[in-house]
Design a protein. Structure first.
Lengths: 318, 278
């Protein structure tokens, strides 16, 4: 059974009608092509229409879609020779973050990202893509290794957030994220971050301090989930639409606020409607940015990186 | 006059217990000990009975960590706007300004401590829960940059519920913004001491507050990434007693020490001197 978002139901209905007509053509040799054509056009138009007018909360739903490409899908399609490296050398391996050496068009790179599961079993193992401190410490170990060997770092971000649990707190979730931010700011190698799904607050940013930050068009990036925000402000998690609107968490919002460098358009029906095309579009942007960054001497990256973040924020002066 | 006696109201004449007006008494929220308010005030809001540290005003830390009259405020011209047009935020800001004053959720400045220069930032929980938005991030990042440029140590006293929701991702990016400047401090070998007071959680604990060369926590301060309520909701059970307290973090290795308020000045002054080879 396919996962259907509520606002996609009209599309599913049209798809069902088209499928039915196709079957008739095949099974009973009926001539219905003249009916299928207009229906397919109607489907395309409706899909475009729906996706052009997504509300912020609907984008959140698309960003969380269980058929959306995940990190390992990007890794398999865009890189060669991926060799996964595991463990933080301190506590354990955290499957909510994956990373390792790989080649991007032949160039050795370190690729790291949050990994969600496709089914309940894998989601339990990967903790729904919510890392513990050891996940961030593994990522840090890999990033420092990349810098030592002059390899660009590519991070792919897709997490509801850092895990808020007992063990995570005991082992220093805050300290782990803080350490990543501090070290990433000073790594002498190019860092490209791509937000491909959910950019869940500090848990996302811990892989996201970079020279360039790019984002898929239906990905979201937020300081708090719309549900969490609504619960705190209005004591009512069902006000999530209102919160999603207020938080300005969509890719176009972030571009407008100067917080991301480029938004990569997803196919008309969202990344889950055409994962291959989505992965290819992201791949093009990743290759382009890595190539540009690699031309800058690794010692000359840190100052512009600091300047980029120093410019983030909006306020008034008396 | 010692710093902790400055600007205090004159002591009320001592009388029989029963004659003291009811509002002059103060009760410790931890052990229930009841004492004259002056006694709490003179002890920097530390309970004389059980040592429980209550939250104190920003000015108390400024007086505590600087030489008298040496503190000169910086960046007070920065004011929060409502960059996302977030509903209700403009009103909340106006209320916070009335309640806590114009310095926003952090007051920053330069001063001396036992004659040595330092840059000091103190967060104000009274201003929207000490939350970090664009102005807080900017002030702290500028103060850290000033420390780099002048090679003057940085001391941050944190007290915050985390990033300010009403500025959305702009607030989240203040974690990165403050971190790039703390990172520069470390590279340039300028000392940075972080003091974590009650409470320090969320985006503040996940950035500059946990990045000190030395992290000092105040007794019984709640410090953590996720707030206790969120964790409780996630795990579906009550938190163990003492979870996320300063003492717990000390045991888990996340802070260097838990220092009572009365020893903070001497500890920081001594540390900074040693870190600068004196
Ligand atoms: Zn007490």
């Amino acid at each position: 059974m396919a996962f259907v978002l509520d606002f996609e139901k009209p599309l599913v209905e049209l798809e069902r009608q088209i499928g039915h007509l196709r079957r008739l053509t095949r099974e009973r040799d009926l001539e219905v092509d003249s009916e299928i054509g207009p229906l397919e056009k109607k489907l395309d138009d409706l899909r475009r229409e729906i996706y052009e007018e997504l509300t912020p909360m609907q984008r959140v739903q698309v960003a969380r879609h269980p058929r959306r490409p995940y990190i390992l899908d990007y890794v398999a399609a865009l890189f060669t020779d991926f060799i996964e490296l595991k463990g933080d050398r301190l506590f354990r391996d955290d499957p909510a973050i994956v990373g390792g050496w790989a080649r991007l068009e032949g160039r050795p790179v370190m690729v790291i990202g949050h990994q969600k599961g496709r089914d309940t079993k894998e989601n339990l193992r990967r903790n729904f893509g919510m890392p513990h401190p050891e996940g961030y410490r593994k990522a840090l170990r890999l990033m420092e290794m990349a810098a030592r060997f002059n390899a660009p770092i590519i991070t792919l971000i897709d997490t509801p957030g850092a895990y808020p649990g007992l063990g995570a707190e005991e082992r220093g979730q805050a300290a782990a994220i803080a350490r990543n931010l501090e070290v990433m700011a000073g790594l002498e190698t190019p860092i490209l971050a791509a937000v491909v799904g959910e950019g869940g607050s500090g848990g996302a940013l811990a892989l996201g301090l970079a020279d360039r930050v790019i984002m898929l068009s239906n990905a979201v990036y937020s300081v708090i989930s719309p549900e969490g925000c609504a619960a705190i402000l209005w004591n009512d998690a069902s006000q999530k639409e209102r919160a999603a609107e207020a938080l300005k968490l969509t890719a176009p919002d972030l571009l407008e606020l100067g917080l991301v460098d480029e938004v990569i358009p997803e196919p008309p029906g969202g990344a889950h409607s055409d994962p291959e095309r989505t992965i290819a579009a992201l791949g093009e942007a990743v290759r382009r940015h890595v190539e540009e960054l690699a031309k800058i001497g690794s010692k000359r990256l840190i100052k512009p990186r600091a300047k980029k973040y120093m410019e983030m924020g909006r306020f008034a002066e008396r | 006059m010692p710093w902790f006696r400055k600007d205090r109201k004159p002591r009320r004449p001592s009388r029989e217990k029963l004659e003291i007006p009811a509002d002059a008494w103060e009760k410790c929220p931890e052990c229930g000990h009841v004492d004259i308010r002056d006694k709490f005030e003179q002890a920097l809001e530390v309970c004389p009975e059980c040592g429980h540290h209550r939250r104190v005003a920003v000015q108390v830390y400024i007086d505590m960590l600087t030489d008298e009259g040496s503190f000169s405020e910086l960046y007070n011209e920065l004011q929060s706007s409502n960059p996302l047009g977030f509903e209700g935020y403009t009103d909340k800001l106006a209320r916070a300004l009335r309640k806590a004053g114009s310095h926003e959720a952090v007051i920053t400045g330069s001063a001396t401590l036992e004659g040595d220069e330092l840059n000091l930032g103190v967060m104000d929980f009274a201003f929207m829960g000490g939350s970090m938005g664009s102005v807080v991030g900017e002030k702290i990042a500028r103060l850290a940059r000033r420390s780099v440029e002048e090679r003057v140590p940085l001391v941050m006293v944190s007290r915050s519920g985390g990033a300010r929701m009403q500025e959305g991702v702009l607030s989240l990016m203040q974690l990165a913004k403050t971190s790039v400047m703390i990172s520069a401090l470390k590279r340039e070998r300028v000392p940075y001491i972080s003091v974590l007071t009650d409470p320090t959680t969320g985006g503040v604990s996940a950035s500059f507050a946990m990045q000190g060369d030395v992290n000092i926590a105040e007794p019984n301060a709640v410090i953590g990434f996720a707030g206790p309520r969120v964790i409780k909701q996630t795990i579906g059970q009550d938190l163990p007693k003492g979870f996320q307290t300063a003492e717990f973090l000390l045991e888990k290795g996340m802070v260097d020490m838990v220092v009572p308020r009365v020893q903070l000045r001497a500890t920081i002054s001594n540390l900074l001197k040693m870190m600068q080879g004196r």
